[in-house]
Every structure is written in structure tokens, then in C-alpha cells.
Design a protein around this ligand. Structure first.
Ligand SMILES: [Zn+2]
Length: 130
């Protein structure tokens, strides 16, 4: 452990990164400006103080994402549809990426192989889909 402090500098072009770090517990203070007069800020944190953020998607309305600092709860109400969702039913960012990847793969497969789709096979009643 000890007193290790992490320090990073950002200019105004990187405010997204600064905000993200700030949400994780990093502190911000002004640190002068660039030659062009853009503000620079110093972002710093002591080792061990950083908070984990979990991004969760509501299973009812997938594009609603919430950020929580821990998963030590049973139920959380979706701010959009007001459903009480159990902790294990929320969809994590990783699971969401998997779903999107799978959808993309299926989409590009059906675009490359339009004649082999199952629906078409049944619709046309072919015996041999070769
Ligand atoms: Zn919802």
C-alpha cells in the first residue's frame, strides 16, 4: 500500500476522460494552460482510492444504462421503465457487447448466405439445401 499518488494531465480536448476519471474518485485541479491558452487540469488519486464502476443495462429497455459503484444489493429500479430488476438480471457491459457481436455476426452471415437461411428452406420446401 503506502502513499503512491497517480497523476495525469489533460487539456480541454480530453474532458470526457477527465469526467470518467472523476466519477471513479479522481480529484481534479487546474494546472495552468497550454501555449494556445487552453486550460490544463491535473487529475490525481491515491493508490487504492479508485472506485470500480459497473455499467448495467436494463433487460426491459436495453439502451438504458446505469452506473453503480458496487453490486451489493438485491434489486434496483430502472429509472426508465420503473421495473424492479434483480441484481443478476441486469445486463453487464460485457454481456451487452457479446450480444451485439453475435447479432453482427448473424447479420453478416445472412447477408453472405441469403439462400441458406432456414426460413427460405422451409418456405421453398427444398429437399436438399445444397
Ligand atoms: Zn427499464
Amino acid at each position: 500500500m503506502g502513499n503512491v499518488t497517480y497523476l495525469k494531465f489533460f487539456d480541454v480536448g480530453s474532458m470526457d476522460k477527465v469526467n470518467d476519471l472523476h466519477k471513479r474518485g479522481w480529484k481534479i485541479k487546474p494546472a495552468g494552460e497550454t501555449k494556445d491558452g487552453d486550460a490544463i487540469c491535473a487529475v490525481y488519486i491515491n493508490e487504492g482510492d479508485e472506485r470500480e464502476i459497473h455499467t448495467l443495462h436494463c433487460p426491459e429497455c436495453l439502451d438504458v444504462a446505469i452506473e453503480v459503484y458496487h453490486l451489493d444489493w438485491d434489486k434496483l429500479t430502472c429509472p426508465n421503465c420503473r421495473t424492479d430488476v434483480n441484481v443478476e438480471d441486469w445486463i453487464t457491459e460485457d454481456e451487452m457487447n457479446d450480444v451485439l457481436k453475435r447479432l453482427k455476426k448473424e447479420l453478416s452471415y445472412s447477408q453472405k448466405h441469403p439462400r441458406n437461411s432456414v426460413n427460405e428452406f422451409f418456405l421453398e420446401g427444398e429437399d436438399d439445401p445444397a
